[in-house]
Design a binder for this molecule. Structure first.
Ligand code: ZN
Length: 503
C-alpha cells in the first residue's frame, strides 16, 4: 500500500516539474531567446507560474499534508519524510496567506517596473522609476501585512529569502560589523594599494572561457549534470539535481569579471549538484537560504579563488595562456591586483572588504522605506547621504547611485542582506573546514579540492532545504551567525597583503 508521505510527494512532484519547466524558460530568456519573444515568453511564464501556484494551494495539498503529518510523527527530524512535511507546511502557510489578486498585481507591477527601471537607469533619471517604486512599496507593505510578523514588518519580507532571520538579529550583527569595518576600509584606503592596469586590455575570450572551465572541473563541477553559457548578468539556475546551469560574462578588457564570475557561479552550482539524490523532484531540492547559497559561491570565489595558495598552482597556467599580458607580472603582483581594495560606487564591482558596506546602506534605506519614515521621492537624496556615510563617495548621478540594482524593481525588499550573510557565513564554514582538513591550504596549493568538496557536501549540500541556515551553522560550526570570523579573515589577509596593522 502506498504511504501517505509517498502520496503527498507524488502530489507535489508535478508542481516541481512546472516550476522546473518555468526555470528552463527563464534560463533561455537570459541566454538564447531572441528579443522579439519577450511578450510570448512573459505569457508562458505567467501560465506556468499560475498553474503551479493553483496546484500548490489546492485543498488537496492541505488534506494530503495532514495525512502525511500523522505518518511522520516520531520520525527523525532530518529524515526525508519529516523534513518534507515540515518544509511543505511552511511553504504552504505562506502561499495561502497571500490573496491571489495581490500575487497577480505584484507580478504585473514588477514586470512593468523592470522596464521602467531599465529606461530610468539608462537615462540616469529616477523620476521615470519613481511612480513604479511607489506602487511596489505599497504592494510590498500589503504583502508583508498578509504574511504577518511578530516584531517588525521587515521580518515578513526577509523571511522569503532567509527563513527565520529577523531585522533585530540582522541589526545586532550589522551594527558590530559596521563599527569595525568602516575604520578598516579607511585604513586600507589610506595606505593605498597597487593599480591593476595589467588586468585590462584584449584578453582572448575563448582562452578566458577555457581557463575558467578547467578550474570548474577541478573544483568538481559535473559537466554531465550541468553546463555553462553566456549571459549579460551571471546567474545559476537548476532544473534538476542532474541539470544545473551556470552563466558567465566575459569582458575582453577585464579578466577578473569572467574568471571570478565563473568561480562564483560554480560555487552556487556545486551546492545544487550536491543535494542528496533522494530529494530529487521534491520541495527540498534547493538551498537552505539565499545566505547559505551565497556562502558557497563566496567560499569558492574568494576564500579559495582569491587566495595566495590557489594562485601558487594556477598562476603559471594563466601566464601560459596570456604571455603578452602577464609574462612580465609576477605572481605576487597578480595576487595583489586581484585583491585590490578601493571604495567604489557600484556594488557588483566592489572588492570583498567594501562589499558589505554596500549591503548595510541598502538595509538601512529599506528599513526607512518600510517604516514609512522615508518617502520614495526622497530616496535619491537619502541614498547619496548613505553612500557618503558608508563609502565616503557621492554618486555623480542616479544611475551610479539609487538606480544601479535591479532588486527594487522586482519588489525584492529583504533580499540584499543575504549577500552580507553569505560573506559572513562563508568564513564561518571555511574556518571549520580548515580545522577538520588540516592540509587544506596545501591541497588548494596543489589544485586539489576533493576533500573540501566532500566536506561541504557532507555538512551542507546534501541536506538541501532540510535544515535552516541557523541549524546548519549550529551543527557545523557550533555557533550562531557572527561577523567575528569574517572580520578576522579581513584583518589577517589585508594586514599581510598591505603591511598595515589593524587595531
Ligand atoms: Zn551569488
Amino acid at each position: 500500500m502506498q504511504t501517505a508521505v509517498q502520496a503527498f510527494r507524488d502530489h507535489l512532484a508535478p508542481i516541481i516539474d512546472l516550476r522546473s519547466a518555468a526555470a528552463v524558460l527563464g534560463w533561455d530568456q537570459e541566454t538564447y531567446m531572441p528579443p522579439g519573444a519577450v511578450e510570448a515568453r512573459a505569457a508562458q511564464l505567467g501560465t506556468l507560474g499560475k498553474l503551479a501556484h493553483e496546484l500548490f494551494i489546492a485543498d488537496e495539498t492541505a488534506a494530503l499534508l495532514e495525512m502525511a503529518q500523522k505518518e511522520v510523527e516520531g520520525m527523525e527530524y532530518d529524515s526525508d519524510e519529516a523534513s518534507l512535511v515540515r518544509v511543505a507546511r511552511r511553504d504552504l502557510e505562506k502561499a495561502t496567506k497571500l490573496p491571489s489578486d495581490l500575487v497577480e498585481e505584484l507580478a504585473r507591477a514588477t514586470s512593468m517596473a523592470q522596464q521602467a527601471w531599465q529606461e530610468a537607469r539608462a537615462k540616469a533619471d529616477f523620476g521615470l522609476f519613481r511612480p513604479h517604486l511607489d506602487r511596489l512599496l505599497d504592494l510590498s507593505l500589503r504583502k508583508a501585512g498578509a504574511l504577518g510578523y511578530e516584531d517588525h514588518i521587515y521580518d515578513a519580507l526577509l523571511d522569503e529569502y532567509e527563513p527565520g532571520m529577523t531585522k533585530s538579529e540582522l541589526e545586532s550583527v550589522f551594527d558590530g560589523l559596521k563599527s569595525e569595518l568602516v575604520p578598516i576600509a579607511r585604513a586600507i584606503a589610506a595606505v593605498g594599494n597597487e593599480a591593476h592596469l595589467f588586468l585590462g586590455s584584449n584578453y582572448d575570450a575563448q582562452s578566458q572561457w577555457d581557463f575558467g572551465v578547467a578550474i570548474m572541473r577541478d573544483f568538481g563541477f559535473d559537466f554531465d549534470r550541468g553546463r555553462q553559457d553566456r549571459s549579460a548578468h551571471p546567474f545559476t539556475t537548476t532544473f534538476s539535481i542532474n541539470d544545473v546551469r551556470v552563466t558567465t560574462r566575459i569582458h575582453d578588457d577585464f579578466l577578473p569579471a569572467g574568471l571570478f564570475g565563473s568561480l562564483h557561479e560554480c560555487g552556487h552550482a556545486l551546492y545544487e549538484q550536491g543535494v542528496s539524490a533522494g530529494l530529487e523532484r521534491t520541495l527540498l531540492a534547493d538551498g537552505a537560504s539565499l545566505g547559505v547559497h551565497e556562502s558557497q559561491s563566496r567560499l569558492w570565489e574568494i576564500l579559495v579563488g582569491r587566495s595566495r595558495e590557489f594562485w601558487a598552482h594556477y598562476y603559471e597556467p594563466l601566464q601560459d595562456r596570456f604571455p603578452d599580458h602577464l609574462g612580465g607580472v609576477d605572481r605576487e603582483q597578480f595576487y595583489r591586483a586581484i585583491n585590490k581594495v578601493e571604495a567604489s560606487l557600484i556594488r557588483v564591482e566592489s572588492d570583498e572588504v567594501t562589499y558589505n558596506l554596500h549591503i548595510m546602506m541598502r538595509f538601512d534605506l529599506e528599513i526607512d522605506l518600510l517604516e514609512e519614515r522615508l518617502a520614495v521621492a526622497d530616496l535619491p537624496q537619502a541614498w547619496n547621504a548613505k553612500s557618503e556615510e558608508y563609502l565616503g563617495l557621492v554618486p555623480g548621478n542616479d544611475a551610479e547611485g539609487v538606480l544601479q540594482d535591479i532588486h527594487w524593481s522586482l519588489a525584492a525588499f529583504g533580499y540584499f542582506p543575504t549577500y552580507a550573510l553569505g560573506n559572513l557565513m562563508s568564513v564561518q564554514f571555511f574556518d571549520r573546514a580548515r580545522e577538520e582538513i588540516p592540509d587544506l591550504h596545501g591541497q588548494i596549493g596543489r589544485g586539489e579540492f576533493g576533500d573540501l568538496l566532500r566536506w561541504l557536501r557532507d555538512r551542507i549540500h546534501r541536506h538541501g532545504r532540510k535544515l535552516t541556515a541557523g541549524e546548519l551553522l549550529e551543527r557545523t560550526v557550533g555557533s550562531e551567525l557572527s561577523a567575528g570570523p569574517w572580520l578576522a579573515h579581513i584583518r589577517h589577509k589585508y594586514s599581510d597583503l598591505l603591511g598595515v596593522g589593524f587595531r
